[in-house]
Design a binder for this molecule. Structure first.
Ligand code: NAD
Length: 485
């Protein structure tokens, strides 16, 4: 095996367990590269105990002191970009360029957390003579972060740096499909001087997630993954009276107007839907073609044909995912859709291994919008539907159960503003294929793409991972005050 076996990281140490192990399979060639234990209640108990014990010391430090660890961690990340990218590439399959971009995003997220002492200063106001009110962000205690397979390094960095900078202790539960990169997170935080028990990593699947939702020692849970499981986690964690934010799947609509820049639009959409093999919740999923945009579709198909499995397109996460997506394309074709670019039988080129879980980029065009299934595809598949007016386009977008992102491609500011204000999505792009907000702005969708109040990253993350303490003080004994003063 290319990597040593994965173990839980509890109280600053990697801990062996007798639990059954799951093979970690590289999507690049189908080979087993490591194994991961499928743990549950007892291992979680150990992790929560370690985190609880670490909490008084960690939360008792000044936030400036805590951020010193994050500065050191940030430097360690900068010095290990290639090593981390290689492990993301091996276990997730995305190409090295994409994996490197993922680590760079983690670095940006860590930079934001380093600035937390400057932006969580609280407020103070004299509310009457000799009386002041002040607010203070205080940590919640032990919290948990449950992650998906598609960004083994970045999604944990949506949460961990902010969580610990704010004084909490954390239990990370990576996806069992990509647990190797998480080990590097543990090792590098240890090297940065993070005290034992502040960050703990437990491995597993359903049983571990349920244990996290039920554990009385965990105050808040974040989840990133499919909508189906996000609903389960949100219901279960909140029914146990925990704070929960559960981010789900997506099907992002791009409204393309005839005046859009054809070259830029074709290039941006191709990069958006095929990047990371379409396995990202912000990927372009559907073009809502408003009026005649055939000149743009032509260029889009030409751009798409330049994306080739093994050369500049990585594989899907698993054979099961590959088969599911091929079935989706087959079914759409059977139902009368036109396959403008067909990736089902695309050859694997360059250094790509024939046993990898590859599929070529695919464009499906529907004669009638209602023929397009509402479900998320999560692969390098782009769907096109045609409408006659802006109103029809907005109605179609609004009817999607999801609401992560929506974009307008046009040269008209008025049209773009109209789309931005009427789309039912949390993140809007104008001539942008992947409209991810950058720090300090928060990441988070609407509708079935997110359950819970607030957002997970940026300023939203500060609210989610803290509770606000309101202190009212009076020092002037001679002041006559009643209870309202
Ligand atoms: P997933 O829902 O299968 O798994 C996510 C996590 O849930 C993993 O840690 C997994 O171990 C756990 N899990 C799996 N089955 C479970 C069950 N039955 N009960 C309890 N826990 C379970 O998601 P995935 O396949 O790893 O990731 C892809 C999905 O994540 C896509 O739908 C994608 O859109 C979504 N995603 C969303 C965002 C966002 O910001 N909204 C970001 C990244 C990924």
């Amino acid at each position: 095996m290319k990597y040593t076996e994965v173990n839980n990281f509890i109280n600053g140490k990697f801990v062996q367990t007798e639990k059954p192990r799951f093979d970690v399979i590289s999507p690049l060639d189908g080979k087993v590269i490591s194994t991961v234990p499928l743990c549950g209640h007892s291992e979680l108990d150990e992790a929560v105990t370690a985190a609880k014990n670490a909490f008084p010391g960690w939360s008792g430090q000044t936030s400036k002191k805590r951020s010193e660890v994050l500065y050191r961690y940030h430097n360690i990340l900068l010095n290990h970009i290639a090593e981390i990218a290689a492990s993301i590439h091996d276990e997730n399959g995305k190409n090295i360029g994409e994996a490197t971009a993922e680590v760079e995003k983690s670095i940006e997220l860590t930079e934001f957390a380093c600035s937390i002492p400057q932006i969580t200063t609280g407020e103070i106001l004299k509310v009457s003579d000799g009386v002041v009110c002040q607010t203070e962000y205080t940590p919640l205690g032990v919290v948990a972060s449950i992650c998906p397979f598609n960004f083994p390094h970045m999604v944990p960095h949506w949460t961990i740096p902010n969580i610990i900078a704010l004084g909490n202790c954390v239990i990370l539960k990576p996806s069992e499909q990509v647990p190797v990169t998480a080990l590097k997170i543990a090792e590098m935080f240890k090297e940065a001087g993070l005290p034992d028990g502040v960050l703990n990593i437990v491995h597993g699947g359903k049983e571990m997630v349920e244990a996290i939702c039920d554990h009385p020692g965990i105050k808040a849970v974040s989840f990133v993954g499919s909508t189906e499981i996000a609903k389960v986690v949100y219901r279960r964690a909140t029914s146990n009276l925990k704070r929960c934010l559960a981010l789900g799947g997506a099907k992002n609509h791009l409204l393309v107007f005839p005046d859009a820049d054809p070259d830029m639009t074709a290039a941006d959409i191709t990069a958006s839907f095929s990047g990371t093999s379409g396995q990202r919740c912000m990927a372009a999923s559907v073009m809502v073609a408003v009026g005649n945009v055939s000149h743009i579709i032509e260029k889009l198909c030409a751009e798409t044909r330049k994306v080739r499995p093994g050369l500049n397109l990585g594989p899907l996460i698993s054979q099961a995912s590959r088969e599911k997506i091929i079935k989706y394309i087959d079914q759409s074709e059977k139902n009368g859709a036109k396959i403008l670019v067909d990736g089902r039988l695309a050859p694997v080129e360059g250094a790509g291994d024939k046993n990898g879980f590859y599929i070529g980029p695919t464009i499906i065009e529907y004669a009638h919008p209602e023929n397009m299934p509402a479900e998320e595809v999560f692969g390098p598949v782009f769907e096109i539907v045609h409408v006659r007016s802006l109103d029809e386009a907005i109605e179609l977008e609004n009817n999607s159960p999801y609401g992560n992102a929506a974009s307008a491609f046009t040269q008209s500011g008025g049209l773009a503003d109209e789309v931005a204000s009427r789309a039912s999505a949390g993140m809007i792009g104008v001539n942008i294929g992947v409209p991810v907000p950058r720090e300090p702005f928060s990441f988070g969708g609407w509708n079935d793409s997110k359950f819970g109040a607030g957002d997970l990253t940026g300023k939203g993350g500060i609210e989610f991972w803290t509770q606000l303490k309101k202190v009212t003080k009076k020092w002037k004994k001679q002041e006559k005050t009643n209870w309202m003063s």
